[in-house]
Design a protein around this ligand. Structure first.
Ligand code: ZN
Length: 386
């Protein structure tokens, strides 16, 4: 696996937990306000290939994916549309679950929601404050100057971090009643009147974004995790900050043995985004092609690269699934060992799914039903072939 932090391939050696080789995986899940587009589906399908591949090799995977139901974009959307944030979050979480079920994922073992984890999050913030990693002004802020190596994960300079914060609308203000430094970020802050609020020793309010994931990852997977994943746009500021907090909390490095980031999906030459109005929804793709074709089309791309969604590409995979279906009508024999070996070698090499898809094409051409079935069970999961 290629680790974002060291920019090197690291070997994912599963640790023995309760007598079984186990891999722990935390993937940042959706903020439920614009779920259900191809960008999300790409990320979560890719991690599903990782989970299924590890499990096919006898490794137990403990997989946690959160739901960020306490976050600015969700509240802003709810306010704009005159919705209750809870109803919006509930509706969009249901869309996410429906899409990923259709795309045949092996569901995460735990899907914690921030709104149900407030106690743990407060405890983490309190501990950071007590240990001198956080200070209180108009909110409780993490003091980035106390953590060596902030910026190392995303390979950004201070200037480039500040630029990204501005783009994300997270720059805030620096001053005696605010942040000491522009890179500092809130662990606990006050809530607007229409936002949820919980009592705390730092005043009533709600958590900052990054501490949520630190607290949930550590609650369900321990102080150190094997793989931490998410979309590339989360590298900074989210994961950079998560790493700083978690390592400051436990004193243990690294927080994640490997950081794995997925690329962005473009449409018509531009990043898919709600604001540009160029989102392709999973439901639109499912209306045109079998779920297994959508899934195979997604995972036919390298996980870390950006790529362009296009309908002709989806059609090609619909045809491939049709051919696979014809092969699967034949009785299963013994899968050709060379085909299986090539397929496994592809995925073991930094999850090279395009190469694994080529192995699948070859198995289809050779009409090797057993090999096709095996490869599809990992690449397409339980997505329907019809
Ligand atoms: Zn996260």
């Amino acid at each position: 696996m290629r680790d974002t932090l060291t920019e090197k391939k690291v070997r994912l050696a599963p640790q023995t937990r309760r007598g079984k080789p186990t891999l722990t995986l935390y993937v940042c899940g959706v903020t439920p306000y614009d779920s259900g587009h191809m960008g999300h589906a790409f990320t979560f399908s890719m991690f599903d290939v990782l989970v299924r591949f590890a499990e096919s090799g006898g490794v137990r995977v403990r997989y946690v994916q959160n739901i960020t139901d306490i976050d600015d974009p969700l509240f802003e959307r709810a306010r704009r549309d005159g919705d209750d944030w809870r109803i919006l979050a509930e509706r969009e979480t249901a869309v996410h679950m429906r899409d990923m079920t259709a795309l045949g994922w092996r569901p995460p073992d735990v899907m914690p929601r921030v709104s149900e984890e407030i106690g743990r999050i407060k405890a983490a913030a309190t501990k950071l404050h007590a240990a001198g990693y956080a200070y209180r002004t108009d909110a409780l802020y993490f003091d980035v100057s106390r953590y060596r190596g902030y910026g190392r994960l995303s390979h950004r300079t201070r200037l480039s971090m500040l630029r990204k914060l501005r783009e994300e609308g997270l720059l805030g203000t620096v001053g005696p009643d605010a942040k000491r430094d522009a890179l500092d970020f809130p662990l606990w802050r006050s809530s607007a009147p229409d936002e949820p609020s919980w009592p705390s020793k730092f005043g009533p309010g709600r958590p900052g974004w990054h501490i949520e994931c630190s607290a949930m990852a550590m609650r369900y997977l321990g102080d150190q995790i094997d793989v931490h994943g998410g979309g590339r746009d989360l590298k900074f500021s989210h994961h950079e900050s998560e790493r700083a907090q978690s390592e400051s909390l436990t004193g243990k490095r690294p927080f994640a043995r490997a950081w794995m980031h997925t690329g962005l999906v473009r449409y018509e030459g531009r990043k898919m985004s709600k604001s540009l109005g160029n989102l392709v929804k999973v439901s639109q793709a499912l209306a045109r092609a079998p779920a297994a074709a959508v899934r195979l089309y997604l995972v036919s791309h390298r996980y870390e690269r950006d790529w362009d969604f296009d309908w002709a590409g989806l059609t090609r995979y619909a045809r491939l699934i049709e051919k696979a279906r014809a092969v699967l009508k034949q009785p299963d024999g013994q899968a050709a060992p060379a085909l299986i070996k090539e397929f496994n070698a592809a995925l073991a090499d930094d999850l090279d799914t395009p190469r694994a898809v080529r192995a699948l094409r070859l198995a289809i051409r050779r009409r090797d039903a057993a090999a096709v079935r095996w490869m599809l069970s990992i690449l397409a999961g339980s997505a329907s072939l019809v």
